[in-house]
Design a protein around this ligand. Structure first.
Ligand code: AMP
Length: 192
């Protein structure tokens, strides 16, 4: 395994089939570049789709799931490694430690919470790993407009916005995150 990407995404598939397709592309890309997927360990929604795509393409997949969610989110027992932990905090800590970069796809409040957490941890210097937001089909335009408004209202500075990478296509965004993490040669991106 050359690098690990933590993917945060919905425990539901969402309405537009494009979200599932994006999740599949992400899982395949990680596998084809020798990476490992780190994710919440569930079988539902986009979480299951990204994991299945990564597994089918031969990636290592680390799923980290709290005991209380094993049945609710249908723990994915096909993961190459499934860690069942006691608490949500333990899950998030392990995911953050095991990843070299973070990527959020469309999702609900769980996804948003995880994305904002790793973003805020970065601004505080708890880690220095790249954080990406996949804004395919403008899914997150409304959120990004709100964040721009928050900057305009001086509750945060533009430098905090610069701590996330936003992209509308998964391949180029993943490539950029892996490069930002300093792992492009491990992923074979130097030869391209
Ligand atoms: P959702 O985006 O709400 O579909 O949830 C995606 C994933 O985030 C699921 O694995 C949830 O268990 C997880 N999740 C939900 N709430 C939280 C939370 N407060 N902190 C971290 N993860 C959460």
């Amino acid at each position: 395994m050359n690098f690990s990407v933590a993917v945060y995404c919905g425990s539901r598939p969402g309405l537009d089939p494009a979200w599932a397709e994006q999740a599949r592309i992400v899982g395949r890309w990680i596998a084809l570049h020798g990476g490992r997927l780190v994710y919440g360990g569930g079988h539902n929604g986009l979480m299951g789709i990204v994991a299945d795509a990564a597994l089918e393409a031969g990636a290592q997949v680390l799923g980290v799931i709290p005991q209380a969610l094993v049945e609710k989110e249908y723990a994915h027992h096909g993961c190459t490694e499934l860690r069942i932990v006691q608490t949500m905090h333990e899950r998030k800590r392990i995911m953050a430690e095991e990843a070299d970069a973070f990527l959020a796809l469309p999702g609900g409040i769980g996804t948003l919470e995880e994305f904002f957490e790793v973003w805020t941890w970065r601004q505080l210097g708890y880690h220095n790993k790249p954080v990406g937001l996949l804004n395919h089909k403008g899914h997150y335009d409304g959120l990004l407009r709100f964040m721009a408004y928050t900057v305009a209202q001086e509750f945060m500075g533009p430098w905090q916005m610069s701590l996330i990478e936003v992209g509308d296509e998964p391949e180029s965004l993943l490539r950029s995150l892996v490069q930002s993490a300093g792992l492009s040669s491990a992923a074979g991106l130097d030869q391209i």
